[in-house]
Design a protein around this ligand. Structure first.
Ligand code: EGV
Length: 379
């Protein structure tokens, strides 16, 4: 065992990400840290006007505009427009906490959760006393639908596209899973925080969910796409008769998000719809290609998510242990994310992979990945 191992035992991914926050070569967290585009820069130049607009307009209108601009951008045309159908939160993790708390009094069995996924999802569920049952990605996406919805669960929670694998739940599969959830009265919950990056997740999920008749919740996140210095919102959308006290718990936590942030989200979403989103997809694809090309000649290395389009890339290290590689990189002030904690039910399965953030300035990404290459090539 390497001397570094105890250092990260019992430490969550966000704690590891926070070690990297002041580093020049922070390839750890999944937040957007690339440069603004010219069009985005001009929105920032207008901030005093946007502030005045936010102060002048009714917040209900601003909230409706932000939901509409963001969800239409991603082709989610059938999102609920009834009052309280989409609750606006400071972040998707706040939405997640509200969902987790709301599930507690619902009674019944454990929550089934995709495995692997970002560890704050299982941590927030467990932190509210809920028992978890892992559902492997392959079981979720292929084979019998009844296996994807384990017997006796109160909720099935799916991250799609998944973090860190980028795997996307196909429309037909979502329809089949939602039908199963409807038949067995299981709440179907989706976290679609990374959907902005992948057009394969731009089919209208809300139409599929509505038509299934199941009880459902969807968590959306504007925070992964644009480098707005964490000015963002999380959205908590739910079906008509979801039977969970979401609005009540939301009101326990907040009155509302800043109207200034709502206006900013609206403007960035409008710019994305006018071509910025396609540019962003090319930018991430280029950064992914840069990572793969830089590491191409390293033996015993693989990119397990060949098809991924999300703003993170996993690297399979072969025999090498991620904590050893992470520790050596850290000595040079370079940060990536070890993958053990993504495997929340079986951390050892992540011990040989790393996650590299792609929403970064290409020059910095290249410097970090060159350093990673040097570490991997030296014994
Ligand atoms: C990622 C930060 C929280 C999260 C990072 C993330 N963690 N909220 N505890 O935003 O993939 O790096 O999602």
């Amino acid at each position: 065992m390497s001397p570094s191992t105890p250092l990260l035992r019992g430490v969550n991914l966000t704690e590891i990400e926070s070690l990297a926050l002041s580093s020049q070569l922070n390839m750890a967290d999944g937040h957007a840290r690339q440069e603004l585009t010219k069009a985005q820069r001009s929105i920032v130049d207008e901030l005093p006007d946007l502030f005045a607009k936010a102060a002048a307009q009714p917040v209900d209108d601003l909230e409706r505009e932000a939901h509409r601009a963001y969800l239409h951008l991603l082709h989610q045309h059938s999102y609920p427009t009834r009052p309280g159908g989409v609750l606006t939160c400071y972040s998707s993790s706040v939405a997640m906490e509200i969902l987790a708390r709301s599930l507690v009094p619902a009674g019944g069995g454990p929550v089934a959760l995709v495995h692997p996924t970002f560890d704050n999802i299982p941590d927030l569920l467990r932190g509210n006393g809920l028992r978890l049952l892992p559902v492997e990605e392959d079981v979720l996406h292929e084979g019998s639908v009844s296996a994807a919805v384990p017997e006796g669960v109160r909720c099935l929670f799916i991250t799609t596209p998944n973090n860190p694998t980028g795997r996307v739940l196909a429309e037909q599969r979502l329809a089949a899973i939602a039908a199963e959830c409807a038949a067995r009265d299981v709440v179907l919950a989706l976290d679609t925080s990374f959907r902005g990056f992948d057009t394969r997740s731009h089919y209208d999920h809300y139409a599929v969910l509505r038509d299934s008749g199941c009880r459902w919740v969807v968590i959306e996140d504007t925070g992964k796409l644009w480098a707005t210095l964490d000015l963002k919102v999380g959205l908590l959308a739910s079906s008509d008769h979801v039977g969970l006290p979401l609005a009540k718990i939301h009101s326990d936590i907040l009155l509302g998000v800043s109207p200034f942030v709502l206006v900013l989200v609206t403007r960035f979403a409008e710019d994305a719809a006018a071509g910025g989103l396609a540019d962003l997809h090319r930018f991430i694809a280029d950064n992914r290609a840069l990572v793969r090309a830089t590491l191409a000649d390293v033996p015993d290395l693989a990119f397990p998510d060949g098809d991924a389009r999300v703003s993170v890339e996993r690297v399979d290290l072969g025999e090498r242990r991620c904590l050893d590689v992470w520790t050596r990189l850290r000595q040079s002030g370079i940060y990536v994310l070890p993958c053990s904690q993504f495997h929340w039910a079986d951390p050892a399965r992540g011990d040989h992979s790393l996650r590299i953030a792609l929403a970064r300035v290409p020059g910095a990404l290249e410097a970090a990945v060159r350093a990673l290459r040097a570490v991997l090539l030296s014994p």
